[in-house]
Design a protein around this ligand. Structure first.
Ligand code: GDG
Length: 502
């Protein structure tokens, strides 16, 4: 196949672009749409390597309609792909958010399997693979992200066997008994196996994937390596854990600003001299365990175990609002909040401050600073960055964290109060413990967590992944099969290193 190749040595392929169209200002001065970078962790991590290597990011803009095509925003090279209205429904809201998302999160909600949705998933993945094949220079490194694009690695390899392909899965990879429900399980595993390196949040996710290789495709695995037969030899692919993190330094810098500290103080004041402030910050998603948290909190108020004037500030940022399960969840959460406030509130006092809104990063930092106890209680979560953001913000080493054992973060944050969110009595006891330990123990725990998050920040995550990808055996099994991938990352090519931990 002849594809026009361009000169990008590093290509990021993610379902979304790291920029948003500026609302209400569709056309900039030159008649072009205006874009603003969305301050996500991924772009923070990848920006340095994008700039250093003249890299390019391929993604969807978030709107149905014509493709923005290639453009630049804030000096970043971007390619915006189109999704039609039907693809938004079938690929994005359907196969991604109503099939794969619940399936990969332990079927907390029942996954729906529709053949049309799958066809749309294949078509959209092909579009991304073609775009990556067009943009990658010879021997480039291509990093594909997340469950929306699991077929891209193989599709890309079929188009361009000279490139080095990494894939990172941001959400859990389920146990085989659950994964096996997927009618297209074999195609998904084979799609992923087009990569040279597969990264997961936890070791358990990598282990689940390796098992799926054995069971769904009948491949042999050894340690963290899968062997894929190819004409004349085989390729070896590594599947391992690379726990993602945050820009800890950047967030601490925001939290230390006078304006943010003042805002944190204002938030507490606005809560009318609360005895205790609990905080939850989540996308409004059924994986996040918001209902379990509210149930435990409501019962604690009934028992009076948290003292007077306790407040739970619950930010539930709007998410996937056109998917039915999310509409139902919103109703359930709002009914429960209303019940708790109705039953335990007074004139001028509501025990739950419920905020169905999105906030700027500064406001998020102020909220993190204003809390006594942070509640992160997902039923299943790949990592959970909110837990790490809370820790990074607490520069004075105060505050405690209640953390679900079903998050990736639980593997790292040893100073948290770990909890099984399904166990409501256990959750209640843990919240009480986290709220009542002495300041010395709280500080010891927070200090340990802060050290971990500072030393393992998102730059180190990206550097670890890209370094390992650079060293991956690539397409050269002992029998000499496959391509001769080179790389923008060590060994050979431009190096990319994380800053040494502060
Ligand atoms: C997926 C995986 C994995 C939320 N509300 C606002 C806001 N946020 C930000 C948080 C945090 C991010 O969104 C949410 O990240 P999480 O990790 O908590 O969860 P998911 O969205 O489900 O992310 C997850 C992650 O990918 C990365 O690999 O950890 O397991 O599910 O950064 O701060 N940010 C702002 N306003 C809000 O209202 N500015």
């Amino acid at each position: 196949m002849s594809l026009q190749q361009s000169e990008h040595n590093f290509v990021v392929v993610a379902s979304r672009l790291p920029v948003d169209r500026v609302a209400g200002n569709e056309q900039g001065p030159g008649g072009e749409p205006e874009w603003r970078t969305s301050p996500g962790g991924l772009v923070t991590a990848l920006e340095p390597v994008m700039r250093e290597t003249g890299g390019i990011w391929i993604g969807w803009s978030g709107d149905a309609g014509p493709a923005p095509g290639a453009f630049e925003a804030d000096g970043l090279h971007l390619v915006g792909l189109a999704l039609s209205e039907t693809e938004v429904r079938q690929f994005y809201e359907g196969f991604c958010n109503a099939t794969l998302w619940p399936l990969y999160h332990d079927v907390i909600a029942p996954p729906q399997f529709h053949r049309r949705w799958w066809e749309s998933y294949v078509a959209v993945n092909r579009r991304f693979a073609l775009a990556a094949a067009e943009q990658a220079a010879s021997g480039a490194t291509v990093w594909v992200h997340d469950y929306q694009l699991q077929l891209v690695p193989r599709m890309l390899r079929e188009l361009r066997n000279d490139v080095r392909i990494g894939f990172f899965n941001h959400i859990p990879f389920p146990g085989y008994e659950i994964f096996a429900q997927l009618p297209w399980r074999r195609q998904v595993v084979e799609g992923l196996l087009g990569a040279d390196l597969l990264g997961f949040q936890r070791r358990a996710d990598a282990t689940n994937f390796l098992r799926a290789c054995r069971r769904a495709v009948g491949l042999t695995t050894r340690g963290s390596t899968v062997r894929v037969p190819e004409p004349g030899g085989y390729r070896e692919i590594q599947a391992a854990a690379f726990p993602i993190s945050i820009d800890a330094k950047g967030l601490e810098e925001i939290a230390r600003r006078d304006s943010v500290r003042k805002r944190a103080w204002q938030i507490r004041e606005a809560l009318e001299e609360p005895g205790l402030v609990l905080l939850g910050v989540d996308r409004l998603d059924y994986t996040k365990g918001i209902l379990h948290r509210l149930r435990a909190y409501g019962e604690l108020l009934g028992d009076g175990r948290l003292g007077p004037r306790v407040v739970l500030v619950q930010v539930a940022s709007p998410s996937r609002e056109r998917v039915e399960a999310y509409q139902l969840l919103r109703d359930e959460v709002e009914v429960m909040v209303g019940r708790i406030n109705g039953q335990y509130g007074e004139v001028g006092y509501s025990p739950v401050d419920y905020l169905h809104q999105s906030y700027p990063r500064e406001e998020m930092a102020a909220l993190y600073l204003s809390a006594d106890v942070m509640l992160v209680t997902p039923l299943r979560d790949g990592m959970n960055l909110v837990a790490k953001e809370y820790v990074a913000s607490r520069f004075d080493e105060s505050g405690t964290l209640v953390l679900s054992e079903f998050t990736g973060a639980a593997d790292e944050l040893a100073g948290a109060f770990l909890v099984n969110p399904h166990d409501i009595d256990g959750l209640k006891d843990t919240i009480v413990r986290a709220a009542t330990i002495g300041p010395a123990e709280a500080r010891r725990r927070m200090r340990a967590m802060r050290r971990r998050v500072r030393e393992h920040d998102v730059a180190r995550w990206a550097a670890d992944f890209l370094t390992t990808l650079g060293q991956a055996p690539g397409g050269s099994g002992p029998a000499g099969a496959g391509g001769q991938a080179s790389s923008v990352v060590p060994p050979g090519g431009i190096s990319y290193r994380a800053a040494p931990p502060a």
